[in-house]
Design a protein around this ligand. Structure first.
Ligand code: 5AD
Ligand code: SF4
Length: 445
């Protein structure tokens, strides 16, 4: 078998990062080795996102660059996968004839066969079928060498919520959960090869297993938590409407569950939440946070926010700023509303001007920096447990890097403490000396 090279460019969410790892695994039996330089590749794959227009444009601009590369090397295979591929299908081949393979969000189990066929007959292939059973997602662990300290594990795919602004249900299909045994096995395999933390991924993890009558999400957390050698569990993303008493109990009972939850609220205005079809009010959201704080008083909260949703007034936006302050989020991801194909909000009246969206976004991000810094400063003088994931040198000074349970980036020095060499993969106590806007700095305890 000839050695061939594959270059993968990943855009978008953590699930795409996980899927790109899967592409590498399914292509390995064909002889494809991953490379870091696109110029070295025999096969280029762009794994795409379409949640906002900007992400979609990024994919097309990357593919545009592939045109010149293909001119230089006509043998090069150019493939597009993920959400843009799912959305556009064969239209991509019409628009960009130098693209060879288009595969959708549930087609990667068939990716190797597509590539093999194309190598043989050079006839472009489009596969945007939504038919793959989710259990096909099980990776092939024995092909992998050592893995990183923190890894993603997809537990479910798709979404049934149909929030009015969102394209995800249309490009990722209906919710489908993986078998819990397969998930636990995957976590075990990862831990055996060096992982200490897993992040369980799904568009709406709280509804895990419900449709299929599998175990529910809190039970899955319990089962994953029993994996020996695993130090930490995170998950993303959970929908506030489905945050159950069972999940609160999991936070109470499972020490491996990190002291952080990403709970996207999107807006602080009830009128906007209603139009977004989020199915909760601001008051419901606050109540869920109270429930979590009752069992984890210092839990760190992060959120996604959309500014400039159709019809959003200044008063609505002020309500968002007010909510952000009231909750005291330790981080937010804020986005300007973007019209998406199929999503009902694209046809809503009262579109907000680009200037207003830009101004509101800047204001929200200023507030986020202020709150994040305030929260980080509050850690100064305390000791936090850090899962070490690497090291770097800053101005000639050696520093270890990692994350606290509450998901803050922590950089620290050994300060002369005796260590047994490599700290990567270990959970160590770090005394925090300084809280910076986006990280903590400290010394090993
Ligand atoms: N416009 C702007 N942001 C969006 N998101 C989803 N759809 C849109 C859209 N049409 C944001 C939401 C979601 C995050 C992943 O992306 O905040 O939580
Ligand atoms: Fe999109 Fe709403 Fe589903 Fe999240 S819950 S993926 S925002 S439809």
């Amino acid at each position: 078998m000839n050695k061939k090279c594959v270059y993968i460019y990943t855009i978008g969410c953590q699930m795409n990062v996980y899927d790109s790892e899967m592409f590498k695994k399914v292509l390995r039996p064909l002889g494809y080795i991953p490379v870091d330089e696109v110029e070295d590749a025999d096969l280029v794959i762009v794994n795409t996102c379409t949640v906002r227009k900007k992400a979609e444009e990024k994919a097309f601009s990357f593919l545009g660059r592939m045109r010149a590369l293909k001119k230089k090397n006509p043998e090069l295979i150019v493939a597009i996968g993920g959400c843009v591929a799912q959305q556009e299908g064969s239209a991509i081949l019409r628009r960009m004839p130098y693209v060879d393979l288009v595969f959708g969000t549930r087609a990667y189990a068939r990716l190797a066969a597509m590539v093999e066929k194309f190598e043989y007959d050079r006839i472009p292939v489009v596969d945007v079928e939504m038919t793959m059973g989710i259990t096909d997602a099980t990776p092939i662990p024995e092909l992998d060498a050592e893995v990183e300290v923190s890894r993603f594990v997809t537990i479910m795919r798709g979404c049934d919520n149909f929030c009015s602004y969102c394209i995800v249900p249309y490009v990722r299909g209906r919710e489908e959960s993986r078998d819990p045994d397969a998930i636990v096995q995957e976590v075990r395999d990862l831990v055996e090869r060096g992982a200490r933390e897993v992040t369980l991924l799904g568009q709406n993890v709280n509804s895990y297993g419900k449709k299929e009558g599998l175990c529910d999400f809190p039970e899955l957390l319990r089962r994953v938590s029993e994996v020996e050698g695993l130090a930490r569990i995170r998950f993303a993303t959970s929908h506030p409407k489905d945050l159950s008493p069972g999940l609160v109990a999991a936070y109470r009972d499972l020490p491996k569950l990190c002291n952080h939850i990403h709970l996207p609220v999107q807006s602080g205005s009830n009128a906007v939440l209603k139009k977004m079809k989020r199915k909760y009010t601001r008051e419901d959201y606050m109540q869920r946070i109270e429930n979590l704080k009752a069992v984890r008083p210092d839990i760190a909260l992060t959120s996604d926010m959309i500014v400039g949703f159709p019809g959003e007034t200044e008063a609505d936006f002020d309500a968002t700023l007010d909510l952000v302050r009231e909750v005291g989020f330790s981080g937010i991801f804020a986005f300007k509303y973007s019209d998406r194909p199929h999503a009902p909000a694209a046809k809503f009246e009262g579109k907000v001007s680009e200037e207003d969206k830009t101004r509101r976004l800047a204001k929200l991000l200023d507030l986020e920096t202020e709150l994040s810094e305030k929260r980080n400063i509050s850690y100064a003088g305390t000791t936090v447990e850090v899962l070490v994931d690497g090291h770097k040198e800053v101005k000639g000074v050696f520093q270890w890097t990692g994350r606290s349970s509450c998901n803050r980036v922590v950089n620290f020095t050994e300060a002369g403490k005796p260590t047994d060499g490599n700290l990567v993969g270990k959970v160590v106590p770090v005394y925090i000396e300084t809280g910076l806007p986006h990280s903590l700095r400290g010394v090993l305890r």
